[in-house]
Ligand binder design. Structure first.
Ligand code: F0G
Length: 459
């Protein structure tokens, strides 16, 4: 029978009870956490939409594979299963395993960036930019302008603006640009894809100038889905094939396996150039672990190798994954709450600058809205706005990003449609009472990646 809906292509075999909290318990918890949802205890959270990172439910095949983990310090069989999976599914021959995505970003930044270099990218990601700056480089945003406009319905808001990129190359010189960092399904833009055509053109432009193209392929499968449903010529191409083509326009990739790859921990740096891979291997042993485990146990690598194959084994998996995100997004849109459009691949992003127009960006409206949603229902989201953007390293002033968002991120294969209904009802209640929400100021501001551990009080 023809399927009509995106219903899940799996059934539930094991359940994990979650706690329902009372309003007074949540009031105490949010104050204790300094209005930062990263500092809440997960026990105090009812529906956890903080992140899709490392929160996926693994399959029976993955759990089964874990029992087969080879825990040898060197040359683990599980490592070679992982090498084969990455080569078959992504098409990269050189694999450097890492404990998670930022480990791969660290190694890549250290082997390619010299002080004074500029690294263009289609919008920043927090840890990626941190490692670029830590290596002495400077990030330059070359994403199309539409990416910064929540209401723009551009179908590929993750696209690189080729004019901005050309101008940057003219301005600083290709020799100062070791590589461009191209993120698939751009997280900070709201889970927005890059088109195959744009990726191909970016690759061609970079080749002309001898600039490498490094993908952040963390959510490349979700990007492949959007290419399939939105880009002419890909309707009948499998997700597996689209993914391979995406990777073909790159010289390597960093991947946080905690997303697409359906595992709770892990990541890798994949490369084509064996010389570059050699450099990466000599660093990975210092920072992550031996080059045949890179911070993962043998069983982690087994679960990962299995997850990589599973994510593209059928197109139904990603269709249901994004179908659930769209279900939640459409329910929230119906209430009249402004969200980033089109609805993204891994979550729904609420435009806090519009919802809380009475709160200046210096008083962190997205942080305040995130805390308010938790208070209402125990649903935990994440701030993706001025707190995440941090301070400009040159001026020391707070950056004022155009996007001031609350992210409701969906773990893969974890929650049901009924959970999504509860989330939408909570958003509706908070939206109705938005006038009472107050801005926040820091009581503790960490120097780097401040959003993780900052504390606030209401003004
Ligand atoms: N790149 C992207 C696009 C990411 O979204 C993340 C993590 C990383 C790299 C870093 O990977 O966490 O494995 O070290 N994103 C998580 C999130 C934290 O919630 O968006 P990691």
């Amino acid at each position: 029978m023809e399927r009509r809906s995106w219903a899940e292509p799996y059934k539930i075999k094991m359940v994990e009870p979650i706690k329902m909290t009372t309003p007074s318990e949540r009031e105490a918890a949010v104050a204790e956490a300094g209005f930062n949802t990263f500092l809440l205890k997960s026990e105090d959270v009812y529906i956890d939409l903080l992140t899709d990172s490392g929160t996926s439910a693994m399959s029976d095949a993955q759990w089964g594979a874990m029992m087969m983990g080879d825990e040898a310090y060197a040359g683990s069989r599980s490592f070679y299963r992982l090498v084969d999976a990455v080569s078959d599914v992504y098409g990269y021959e050189e694999l450097i395993p890492t404990h998670q995505g930022r480990g791969a970003e660290h190694i890549l930044s250290q082997i390619l960036i010299k002080p004074g270099d500029v690294i263009p990218g289609n919008m920043y990601f927090t840890t990626t930019r941190f490692h670029q700056e830590y290596a002495g480089g400077r990030f330059a945003d070359v994403i199309i302008d539409e990416a910064h406009l929540p209401a723009s319905t551009h179908e590929f808001k993750g696209n690189v603006d080729l004019t901005k990129l050309s101008e940057l190359i003219d301005e600083v010189g290709a020799d100062k640009i070791p590589y461009i960092s191209v993120e698939t399904n751009v997280n900070m833009a709201g889970g927005q894809p890059i088109s195959m055509q744009n990726l191909r053109e970016t690759y061609e432009l970079c080749k002309q100038h001898g600039i490498l193209v490094m993908l952040d392929a963390t959510r490349a499968v979700e990007n492949a889905y959007f290419i399939k449903v939105r880009e002419a010529g890909y309707e009948d191409v499998s997700i597996a094939k689209i993914l391979r083509e995406i990777c073909s326009y790159s010289d390597g990739a960093t991947v946080s396996s905690k997303k697409d790859n359906l595992v709770n921990i892990g990541g890798f740096l994949a490369l084509r150039d064996p010389d570059l891979a050699r450099k990466a291997r000599s660093l990975v042993v210092a920072f992550e672990g031996l080059h045949t485990y890179g911070g993962m146990s043998g069983r982690d690598m087994e679960a990962l190798a299995t997850g990589i194959r599973e994510m593209v084994a059928t197109d139904d998996h990603v269709r249901a994954r994004i179908g659930q995100v769209e279900y939640l997004g459409n329910r929230i849109l119906k209430i009249g709450v402004p969200i980033v459009q089109p609805i993204g691949g891994h979550g729904v992003f609420i435009d806090a600058s519009l919802v809380l127009a009475h709160i200046d960006q210096e008083l962190f409206p997205a942080q305040a809205l995130t805390a308010a949603i938790y208070r209402d229902s125990g649903v935990r989201g994440m701030e993706r706005g001025a707190v995440s953007a941090g301070r400009d390293p040159l001026t020391g002033l707070n950056r004022r990003p155009k996007l001031e968002l609350v992210r409701l991120t969906l773990p893969r294969r974890v929650y049901t449609q009924a959970h999504m209904d509860v989330v939408a009802e909570s958003i509706e209640a908070v939206y109705e009472n938005r006038a009472a929400i107050r801005g926040l100021r820091f009581t503790y501001e960490p120097e780097d990646l401040r959003f993780f551990q900052a504390r606030f009080e209401e003004v």
